[in-house]
Design a protein around this ligand. Structure first.
Ligand code: GLN
Length: 487
């Protein structure tokens, strides 16, 4: 089998046994990137030299003695891509925005520091919707991303570059970020597996903030085992991010093969109500039957407040975004337009630097926070958020895992939704409530609709990523292997 078809876990074992070197692997994927980037558009920048340089160092250290100097070597030598909103020192980090077109990270994000300590070469930055706002990657100021399954279609967003790069097998594994679905929805649309960890599980230090109470870094790959390996590396308390929790990170690989007999899985009736596409429903129902076959106990549950999830999410996330993005003013970061008056500089830098969707969020955010509207919008949304969270907490005492569709449709055509923001926002209907509750969720491919992949979403209790990996891995075994498209 060609190397690019292998999972990150398989490659890690090959490197460990010295069947292949990290340099060979990294070169191989850099060649794949060169070959396919024009068609896919998954990368905003590639770190060819640096990646090879680190691969050589790791090869040199690939022996029992020296591997001990690294932490968590389960992906030792396996190249990874970072979403372009994660800082790495000395490398372009643009959030796919014009305002940061020339911005280089001045320090390593904690996740990057941990990847380096684990011997993982970083090959580049994955394209994304500008500042992670979007569900199709059409909001990137750099270029649009094509879905490897059908180049006319979107890969989802905002981690669309990460998802497309993995599905096109240009990289075995990539980091993404998820504020309202940005890992799970693109994973669903590209037939990859994606994990959005518990809020506070992974450090956000060095991640460009969008909605600080919702943002989490996670990953996308071709197998659940790959995600279990990378999560062990990046998860855990970080004194540089006070919102991280001091909760032990288990060895996710240990429990991944556990029997799931008796696992209680809840199907929220609100997620299966009218409006769910019948083809998607069929894929989801088949997955439920397969899990039942593994001994899972299925029961209906209810999350009455998720009805308000989309409106609540777009108020809260936009309010936080408006505040977070006020730092991009032409003074401290990125591109400065005009040196006339200070005001002129702010106005020009922001007007020319931000794209239309980002401006829309800033306007919504400032509106819902402004005096006279604050109580009616932001405060109300915060109260509803609490009710949504209570819903999840209650249901997760009745069942171990909640199963839902991830996206209301398979990958849609480029241009189909980007003239109507509300249509685009509805792409997140099944994912945003999870961020508001703060619980973890994984999207795992379950089947196809008209040749396009579709995934299911498994939602777990706080810090129960281990159970999600376990259920998802067991499900993969009965589902069978996904053959990624040749491009
Ligand atoms: N699509 C959603 C939005 O546009 C989610 C984004 C995300 O998770 N970063 O806000």
């Amino acid at each position: 089998m060609e190397l690019y078809k292998k999972t990150a876990s398989e490659i890690a074992e090959m490197i460990k046994s010295k069947e292949i070197t990290s340099e060979e692997v990294t070169k191989h994927f850099l060649e794949r990137i060169n070959l396919l980037e024009d068609k896919i558009g998954a990368f905003s920048s590639v770190l060819e030299e640096k990646a090879l340089e680190s691969a050589k160092i790791y090869d040199n250290d690939n022996n029992e003695e020296k591997r001990k100097n690294y932490d968590n070597t389960s992906l030792f030598g396996v190249p990874v891509a970072l979403k372009d909103n994660i800082l790495s020192k000395g490398d372009l980090t643009t959030a796919s925005s014009k305002i940061l077109a020339n911005y280089e990270g001045i320090y390593d994000a904690t996740v990057v520091e941990r990847l380096k300590k684990a011997g993982v070469p970083i090959v580049g930055k994955a394209n994304m919707d500008e500042f992670a706002m979007g569900s199709s990657n059409e909001n990137s100021a750099i270029k649009s991303v094509s879905n490897p399954w059908d180049l006319e279609r979107v890969p989802g967003g905002s981690s669309g570059g990460s998802a497309a790069a993995v599905a096109a097998q240009m990289i075995p594994i990539a980091l993404g970020t998820d504020t309202g679905g940005s890992i799970r929805q693109p994973a669903c649309l590209t037939g990859t597996v994606g994990i959005k960890p518990t809020y506070g599980r992974v450090s956000r230090y060095g991640l460009m903030a969008f909605g600080s109470s919702l943002d989490q870094i996670g990953a996308l790959a071709k197998s659940t085992e790959d995600l279990a390996r990378i999560m062990k590396i990046i998860a855990g308390y970080d004194e540089k991010d006070p919102t991280t929790a001091d909760v032990e990170v288990p060895d996710y690989l240990k429990s991944i093969n556990n029997d799931i007999k008796g696992l209680r899985i809840g199907l929220p009736k609100e997620y299966f109500a009218e409006g769910l596409d019948k083809n998607i429903k069929e894929v989801v129902n088949k997955a439920v039957e397969q899990l039942k076959g593994l001994g899972a106990e299925i029961k209906e549950v209810s999350l009455p407040y998720v009805e308000y999830a989309i409106s609540t999410y777009y108020i809260i996330s936009s309010a936080e975004a408006a505040s977070n993005l006020s730092r991009y003013d032409g003074v401290r970061y990125g591109v400065r337009k005009s040196d006339d008056s200070v005001e002129d500089m702010y106005v020009k830098s922001r007007s020319e630097g931000f794209g239309p969707e980002v401006k829309r969020r800033i306007m919504i955010g400032n509106y819902v926070l402004s005096s006279g509207f604050y109580d009616a919008y932001y405060k109300k949304a915060s109260q509803v958020r609490r009710l949504i969270k209570d819903d999840f907490e209650r249901v997760l005492t009745e069942v171990d895992i909640i199963l839902t569709p991830t996206s209301p449709t398979a990958a849609f055509k480029k241009g189909e939704k980007n003239t109507d923001p509300v249509q685009m926002y509805l792409a997140d209907i099944y994912t945003v409530s999870i961020n508001m509750a703060g619980v973890p969720a994984i999207c795992v491919p379950a089947g196809f609709v008209d040749g396009l992949p579709v995934g299911i979403q498994l939602i777990g209790n706080y810090f129960k990523e281990d159970l999600l990996f376990n259920a998802s891995h067991k499900f993969e075994e009965v589902r069978g292997k996904i053959e990624y498209p040749e491009i």
